[in-house]
Design a binder for this molecule. Structure first.
Ligand code: 3H9
Length: 675
């Protein structure tokens, strides 16, 4: 075996040359990998090899361009040159694919003359998730293999396909049983004397002409308008697939290049790339000693089978981890279990998994009426009503019941985790695991580190989050932790704005135009206006109190800030509007015209300020963690990178600080100095 450089080697198996890329963790196409590939291909051109296999060591085939090189000065052999060398090789090149052939990785494979894979391999062009499009010929070659329609779906969603589907579409010529490289070498020998086929030369599988496919493109745009709203990359991807159909290959490549460069230089791609790394960074605990390893979690106990408890349980059942779920009354327990079953059955009906999987998941669930049944659980998550006395009582009991070494977590949204921990004799074992509703769907998990939480317990909760597919962020103990604390700052302003002259629908519109899926008043209606409200104790002190007193409960009874029809279409509620006007008059507030600009600034700037204060107080490890919370828990548009990224790169920290001062806010020093 010859080492071409530190990450690429060349090997000859008789008349078949094997190039192996070995660049952990994911064999990304870094300058070293590109240089190595170019070196290997040059060496092969001077050898008597009759065919070439391109394979990768480690956990995956090439998973894409090296994203960390984007935005930096170019180094090494350009990717396009390497791909030209592969495509114009005088002998067939066979890509041997395992793991994930993604982005530039799949584009490399598409320049090979054949692709073979193992049965578990996945194939995708996920660039759209980075605010980009496949810029190494992927938009022109993929449709020539799988057809324009399928390629359109793959590039605009970024969702990969499996080996079976890849084989059916012709993307993969053979699925290899047994050793992949051996199989690929045998395959290469079989095709060594066949005439060379290059994807770029074959238009037969595109599936139609520009004219015949025009309705398909129009339909696709219309169907996905909502999902693509605000994003620049999906439309650019669509244009490139249209070009693949309408233009000769080289012309199509020019369109791809132009569209790629436009996206690459834009703020959305910068933001989405930042989010990619921020998400991975969030999983890391600063200052954690390297010898601290997470505890194994093989069984989970959940206290409370309501909406939250049930949703939390589903995460574990779906991930193959048995759950004991405890309620105080049989009826509540039965109801909770029935909801879990119904949710799974609905997913199965939609074809997400077979019905047998519903039973497999339900079989992992043990319903119980006794906390004593949690004695053997490795992790116990309390998910009862937000009431400090009840939570303290439960943790006092858990302290006696739970086995030594068990992780004790509370799913509180606001309450003081240290106070809850103090009701046990083992505060080091206690932390917060704040799930977001619906807990089986929402990706965010705030892991709340108490003053006495043991680092190993914290590391365990973070590892558990990963195991159940969450994006976990470490937060400190403060009111509302990261997300809800910042949300409160926004809500306070939204509430003031509607008294000062803006309509709830104006505030909602400005925020949805910014990219949020819904505004604060739509959100309030959805959650229910009567959360935490009761007729007996209502003093009519807030607009919300008065709405509830007038029988407005939000979406649940079709009346809230908006009126809702049967299909949940909304129109601003005249009743709510009158209540707001009366309230403002009573409080002597002079109403005035409020611009959209003021609405946006007053809602978002205080949030950023609160984020900066969270950093001042050390309640978040880093600014990017705050962004991850807002993107995954509150619908901040990913193409705007999160509130802290937006402040830094778009709105401007100084502008925000000056505006906040004018509004009379106490400005965080970090907002001025940077984070
Ligand atoms: C592209 O290809 C553009 C082209 O069209 C060419 C245009 C000219 N680069 O996710 P993990 C790091 S765009 C650099 O935890 P997993 C990652 O940061 C690219 N680094 O592992 C992490 O580092 P750390 C298109 C990368 O097993 C470590 O690898 N391709 C890259 O859960 C492990 O990552 C993509 O978008 C990269 N491309 O998942 C694929 N990828 O340990 C992006 C990963 O220091 N990657 N890293 O935190 C993925 O989707 C997942 O990483 C993968 C593995 C599924 C491959």
């Amino acid at each position: 075996m010859t080492a071409i450089n530190a990450v690429v080697s060349l090997d000859h198996h008789g008349d078949v040359a094997v190039i192996t890329v070995n660049s952990p963790p994911v064999n990304a196409l870094s300058a070293d990998v590109r240089d190595g590939l170019a070196g290997a291909l040059k060496a092969i051109a001077e050898s008597p090899a009759k065919a070439v296999v391109l394979a990768c060591a480690g956990r995956t085939f090439i998973a894409g361009a090296d994203i960390s090189e984007f935005g930096k000065p170019p180094r090494g052999v350009p990717l396009h040159d390497v791909l030209d060398m592969i495509e114009s090789a005088p002998v067939p090149v066979v890509a041997a694919i395992h793991g994930t052939a993604l982005g530039g990785g799949l584009e490399t494979a598409l320049c090979c003359h054949y692709r073979v894979s193992d049965a578990k391999a996945k194939f995708g062009l996920p660039e759209v998730k980075l605010g980009l499009l496949p810029g190494a010929g992927g938009t022109q070659r993929l449709p020539r293999v799988v057809g324009a329609e399928k390629a359109l779906h793959m590039v605009t969603t970024g969702t990969p396909i499996g080996a079976k589907a890849a084989h059916e579409t012709g993307l993969v010529s053979r699925i290899i049983e047994g050793d992949l490289t051996e199989g690929a070498i045998a395959f290469a020998r079989e095709v060594a004397s066949q005439p060379l086929v290059r994807v770029r030369d074959d238009n037969s599988k595109l599936g139609g002409t520009a004219a015949s496919l025009a309705p398909m493109f129009a339909d696709y745009r219309a169907k996905n308008a909502k999902a693509f709203r605000g994003f620049e990359a999906p439309e650019a991807n669509i244009k490139c697939i249209e070009a693949a159909v309408a233009l000769p290959f080289d012309e199509g490549m020019k369109v791809e290049r132009t569209e790629f460069m436009k996206l690459m230089q834009g703020l959305q791609a910068t933001a989405q790339r930042y989010v990619f790394f921020a998400e991975r960074q969030a999983a890391k605990i600063d200052g954690l000693a390297p010898d601290i390893k997470p505890l194994p979690i093989a069984s989970v106990g959940i206290i409370g089978a309501g909406t939250m408890g049930g949703g939390i349980a589903m995460n574990f059942l779906s991930a193959g981890i048995p759950v004991t779920i405890v309620e105080t009354k049989q009826e509540a327990l039965d109801r909770g279990v029935a909801v879990i079953r119904r949710n799974y059955e609905n997913s199965a009906k939609k074809g997400r998994f077979p019905m047998s999987e519903v039973e497999a998941r339900m079989a992992r669930l043990t319903p119980s009426l006794s906390l004593e049944d949690l004695a053997h659980a490795d992790l116990i998550i309390e998910a009862v009503f937000e009431n400090m006395d009840i939570k303290k009582d439960i943790f006092g009991k858990l302290d006696r019941i739970a086995k030594p070494g068990a992780v004790l977590a509370t799913n509180t949204s606001y309450l003081n985790v240290d106070e809850i921990a103090a009701s046990t004799s083992r505060p080091q074992a206690v932390l917060g695991m704040h799930f977001f509703s619906p807990a089986n769907v929402m990706r965010l998990l705030e892991v709340v580190r108490g003053a006495k939480t043991d680092p190993q317990i914290l590391a365990t909760a973070m590892a558990v989050g990963k195991a159940i597919g969450k994006v976990s962020v470490v937060a400190g103990v403060c009111h509302g932790f990261i997300g809800n604390r910042m949300l409160a700052a926004r809500q306070e302003q939204a509430n003031k704005l509607i008294l000062e002259g803006a309509k709830p629908s104006d505030v909602d519109r400005v925020l949805t135009d910014f990219g949020f899926p819904m505004g604060p008043f739509q959100m309030a209606d959805l959650a229910g206006l009567d959360i935490g409200w009761s007729a007996e104790t209502s003093k009519g002190e807030t607009v919300r109190d008065r709405l509830c007193e007038a029988g407005l409960r939000g979406q649940k009874n079709g009346k809230g800030f908006y009126d809702y029809d049967e299909a949940r279409n909304r129109t601003p509620s005249p009743v709510a509007e009158q209540i707001i006007l009366d309230y403002a008059a009573e409080k002597g507030i002079n109403r005035r015209d409020i611009t959209d600009e003021e609405i946006l600034e007053r809602c978002l700037y205080p949030m950023v300020n609160e984020g900066a204060k969270i950093l001042d107080e050390g309640m978040a490890q880093r600014a990017s963690d705050i962004d991850i919370v807002w993107i995954n828990g509150y619908g901040w548009p990913v193409y705007r990178g999160g509130p802290m990224f937006w402040a830094e790169h778009d709105a401007g920290r100084d502008t925000i600080a000056a505006a906040l001062e004018k509004m009379g806010h106490e400005v965080s020093p970090k907002l001025k100095s940077g984070w």
